[in-house]
Structures are given as C-alpha cells and as structure tokens.
Design a protein around this ligand. Structure first.
Ligand code: SF4
Length: 356
C-alpha cells in the first residue's frame, strides 16, 4: 500500500478515536503496525488527549503484594510456573501482609493488589477462607480499595469477595486467541478463565483483563485482544510486554520492543478512552514508566515496598530493593511529564462512577 494512503487511513482512524467511535479490527491492526515516527507521534498524541479528556492530569498508583508464589500451573511464559526451580517460593503471613498494606497506604498508593499463584494448598483443597479474610481485613482495617488476583477461583469465592466489598478482580487471559492460549497455558481452559471474570462483573466487582506482547501472537491477535477486552467490558485493560524468564521454556525468546509496548498501550487507549490502563513497573522498571505514560497509560502498578522480601511477577527484583519502585521513587518521573498523582478521593470517586 502507498504510504500516503496509510497516512490517510491512519488520520481517519485517529479522527474516529477522537470522537470516541468504535474502531474496527482492521483499524486497530493499522494503529499497532505504524513504524514511521511521525505516525507514531500522531497515535501517541491522540492517546494522551483521550486520557486527558477523561482523567485530566491525574495518575493513579497501585501497591503490589505478592502474597503466595506457589502455583499448580505450568504456563510457558511464567517465572513462577510449577516446574521452575529458580523463583523464590513463599507464602507470607497474614499479619505481615496487613502491616505491609498499612505501609503501602501510608506511602500514598490508592489500592492494594493482592496477588497469588494458584497454590495447590489453596486451590486444589478449596481453602480460600484465608485469602478472603485477608482481602477483607485489608479492605476494612487498612481501609483501602483492594484488587484480588488469585487466578481462577470457584463462583462461591467470587461471591464472598464481592460480599466482603472487595473492589476488583484481576485475571489475565494474556491472549484472546484460544489456540495460542492452549499452547501457553498448558491444560487450562480458555472459557473457564474468561467466564470467571464475567462472573465477578455480574457480582458487581470491577474487572481487569490483560494481554502479553511477544508470546507468539500476531498483530491481528493483539488487535483482537484489545477489542475483546472492550467487548467484555473490562474496567482496566492491561497490555504488557513479556519478559523472558530464567528456567522457563521461553527463556531465550526475545522480548518485544519499547515501541511495540507503547503502541499497544496507545491502541488500548483509543479503544478504551475512559478506562484505566496500567503502566507496570514490572517490565522495564522505573525507566520504562515515562514511555508508557506518554502512550496514554494512567495507572502506575507494581509499586513494591522495599526491604520486605516481596517479589514482583515478571521482574522479581528489578528496582525493588533500591526503593525505586515506591511512590516517592517514581514521583518525579510523573511530574516531569506535567502529570500528578491523584488523591485517594479522586480514585474513590472514579470507582464509584464506574460502578454506577
Ligand atoms: S501465570 Fe499465573 S497461573 Fe500461570 S504459572 Fe504463572 S502464576 Fe501460575
């Protein structure tokens, strides 16, 4: 195709995005494929304009607590897959997590993301009471919004999370191509993982889904993921680069470029103008934050309290012990872009509006 015809098509798509009309699969594919820097800047400009229209200059921030790193599954891309001997395996105690949540709240985060692998001692035995009670204690005693990321759980657990007032349920498909899903998430069921999110939504929880870039998907798969997250009505849509993990079968697979990450975030913003889009510190560390914010992201995730021995998901240690993955450590990166960290009130207001 002639380049001026691509430019015309792109500017039509960007016009459509600015007037918040739905984009087609082909539209999103074209946005994800641009490589000419002038076109890239046009895409990023529109993504930022849409973010500003809905969120002003404010950025939200999530504290991350990796509660339990044991998992019964063997996802090809994951450091914490069952068969990997390398990662730190632990389950934190209840009191320690509460204390840590207090510290994270004090540091200024708006939400605690309580994450665990599918620990067989919990999932196989259906012993979810502890995690329900932990999430509920953080919500009420620490008095902060809570996101749970416990993997696939039975409906009764979702119901209890919802009754305890837990705000968010996060569960990432990572790809919305069922064939690729079955290769990556060995012996797991695509629909089961998707349906548990829909259940959480039915029970009134906010939901997050996500795609990983660089795990064997095509541009068309990426576009499909972004639109599929729109179709199911996610409140937070994550597009994140895969990080090759030592000790896994994908250890030597080259990760995607920062440009691909930026375009994926920007395309997600064009399709989800008023939803939350995370910039995870877990991929490129604090150095990757500004490119993601420049692409239209509006939530900094994976803030980890230093000196607590907690791991990250994709990057177990990157920038953690230096204390750079704290709100204080990242605030100047946010201010440099003319953005600011939102107040807790503002986050609560957004959640309330989103629920309505
Ligand atoms: S991605 Fe989640 S379910 Fe899969 S191995 Fe890792 S922790 Fe377990």
């Amino acid at each position: 195709m002639h380049s001026s015809s691509v430019e015309t098509k792109l500017s039509n798509i960007l016009e459509k995005a600015l007037s918040e009309q739905s984009l087609s699969q082909k539209d999103v594919e074209l946005v994800l494929s641009v490589r000419n820097m002038e076109d890239v800047f046009s895409v990023l400009d529109v993504a930022r304009e849409l973010r500003e229209r809905h969120f002003g200059k404010e950025v939200f921030a999530y504290g991350f607590v990796y509660y339990d790193t044991m998992c019964r599954n063997d996802c090809l891309f994951c450091y914490y897959r069952r068969s990997n001997k390398k990662p730190p395996r632990y389950k934190k105690d209840f009191e320690e997590v509460i204390e840590l949540s207090h510290l994270l709240k004090k540091s200024g985060v708006h939400l605690i993301d309580l994450t665990l692998g599918e620990d067989p001692a919990i999932h196989d035995k259906e012993k979810f009471e502890e995690i329900i009670s932990l999430a509920s204690t953080i919500k009420t005693d620490v008095d902060i919004p809570v996101m749970v990321s416990p993997g696939v759980v039975p409906e009764w657990v979702i119901k209890e999370f919802s009754e305890e007032g837990i705000d968010w349920y996060a569960c990432y498909q990572e790809t919305h191509n069922p064939v690729l899903f079955s290769k990556l998430r060995i012996k797991q069921d695509y629909d089961t993982r998707l349906n548990v999110k829909l259940k959480a939504k039915e029970y009134g929880m906010l939901i997050e889904d996500g795609m990983l870039l660089g795990v064997g998907e095509s541009i068309s798969d990426r576009a499909h993921s972004i639109l599929e997250m729109k179709r199911i009505g996610v409140n937070q849509a994550r597009s994140m680069c895969f990080v090759p993990q030592e000790g896994t079968p994908m250890e030597h697979v080259p990760p995607p470029s920062v440009l691909e990450q930026m375009l994926a975030i920007a395309a997600t913003r064009l399709v989800h103008p008023d939803r939350l889009i995370p910039a995870s510190l877990d991929v490129f560390g604090v150095n990757g934050l500004q490119p993601m914010l420049l692409s239209g992201a509006n939530v900094v995730t994976s803030l980890v309290y230093p000196e607590t021995g907690l791991a990250g998901v994709a990057n177990a240690t990157l920038d953690v012990e230096e204390g750079r993955r704290t709100l204080e450590g990242i605030s100047h990166y946010i201010h440099e872009l003319g953005l600011k960290i939102a107040t807790r009130k503002s986050y609560d207001r957004w959640m309330k509006k989103e629920r309505e």
